[in-house]
Write a protein that binds this ligand. Structure first.
Ligand code: ADP
Length: 366
């Protein structure tokens, strides 16, 4: 009997690539579905389907070729996945995707399951925008309810001029959120098998132009706050009945934390776990998918993760060639490099924020 299992991944980007690498280390095969023939994960997976995420036949073909299916792409349409969840082994189900695909539903769901959020209001036209501005005040952040990522589809409103400039956004349903003058942003990545929830050490995230730039682990916060964040996050996952992997991003302010958004897939802020922890987010997701017991991760040493966008790609290659101890350069192998495109990341193990600033920050485009 051949016991090798095949994991199907909807999406073949860098997240799919890193899931596939860990799947191989645990003895599984991988089949990926992606519309781009040069998707990063195709370079390492065992079988591929070039097809669209909204093509029911392509997604079903992936399910047919796999023993268990997961997703690394968040916007898989429900009318495609929901019927397949009945017939194939997609253990995370459609629910966490559904709950996270609309920012209004996502925040309602967070509130209903024990988490604080910034104040917000649904906005559909100029009248509801003006009403929301009067109740939430300025500054505020206007976001499209669906399909936003890396700061796309959002605008900070500080003045009447900003409001007028943002009106064209209202051709699609939006949400207005109070602007949170946070002390810092933090995120937690968890994996649950329905019995146990393991969580990775919480990092402090620094964004630039709406895109994650740096992640410093551990985030410096009181034990009390950290304990509460871990506990309420795990409780949230249990209460929602989510299994598999879930990342939650928080704004931290004055000893309190506020839910910003969640993602039911490996998270960019968890890339540091590959070398910075005793087990990593991709490996634990794969262990869950294969029905193996989960491992509780531990931080190996203070770690810094730097995202490599197109503008830093050449420098990243130089750093890789220099061969520094504790410095791990990941290049995703995307064929086209663009200034704001995520091309790779570098993990510095045994690195403090202060030392990173002193010794490394100057090497990247500011
Ligand atoms: P995306 O889905 O595009 O990543 P987010 O909602 O996470 O969108 O917003 C991207 C970044 O913009 C956040 O990480 C944060 O730095 C900033 N931001 C978003 N919402 C707010 C807010 N309500 N208050 C302050 N900053 C915000």
């Amino acid at each position: 009997m051949n016991a090798t299992k095949t994991i199907g991944i909807i999406g073949g980007g860098q997240l799919g690539l890193m899931i596939a690498e860990q799947a191989h280390l645990l003895g599984a095969r991988v089949v990926c579905l992606d519309p781009a023939a040069d998707a990063p994960a195709f370079a390492v997976c065992d079988d591929r389907i070039v097809g669209r995420f909204d093509d029911p036949q392509a997604v079903e073909e992936l399910c047919r070729r796999a023993d268990v299916v997961t997703y690394e792409f968040e916007n898989v349409p429900g009318d495609i996945l929901i019927p397949l969840v009945e017939r194939y082994n997609i253990p995370q189900g459609y629910r966490p995707l559904y709950d996270s695909q609309d920012r209004l539903r996502e925040k309602d769901n967070a509130r209903n399951n024990g988490l604080l959020t910034p104040r917000y209001a649904a906005v559909d036209d100029e009248a509801s925008l003006r009403a929301a501005v009067s109740s939430l005040g300025l500054p505020a952040v206007l976001k499209t309810r669906t399909l936003g990522y890396d700061g796309h589809g959002q605008a900070v409103l500080r003045s009447e001029e900003d409001i007028l400039r943002a009106l064209p956004m209202l051709t699609v349903p939006c949400i207005l959120e109070e602007f949170v003058p946070f002390d810092f942003e933090a995120s937690i990545v968890m994996v649950s098998d329905g019995r146990q929830v393991v969580s990775f050490p919480v990092g402090r995230n620094v964004h630039r132009d709406g895109i994650l730039d740096l992640c410093f682990v551990p985030a410096e916060m009181s034990d009390e706050l950290l304990g509460r964040m871990k506990q309420l996050s795990a409780e949230f996952m249990r209460r929602c009945g989510y299994e598999g992997i879930l990342a939650i991003e928080y704004f931290v302010r004055d000893g309190e934390f506020y839910f910003n958004e969640m993602a039911p897939r490996p998270h960019n802020s968890g890339h540091y776990t590959i070398e910075g922890c005793t087990t990593n987010q991709f490996r634990e997701l794969v262990r869950y998918l294969l029905g193996m017991p989960l491992e509780e991760p531990r931080l190996v040493a203070p770690t810094v993760m730097k995202n490599i966008l197109g503008q830093d790609l050449e420098e990243a290659r130089r750093i890789a060639a220099e061969g520094h101890e504790g410095v791990y350069v990941h290049i995703y192998g995307k064929t086209e490099s663009r200034p704001k495109r995520k091309m790779g990341h570098i993990t510095f193990v045994g690195m403090t924020p202060e030392r990173y600033e002193r010794e490394w920050s100057d090497r990247f485009v500011r």
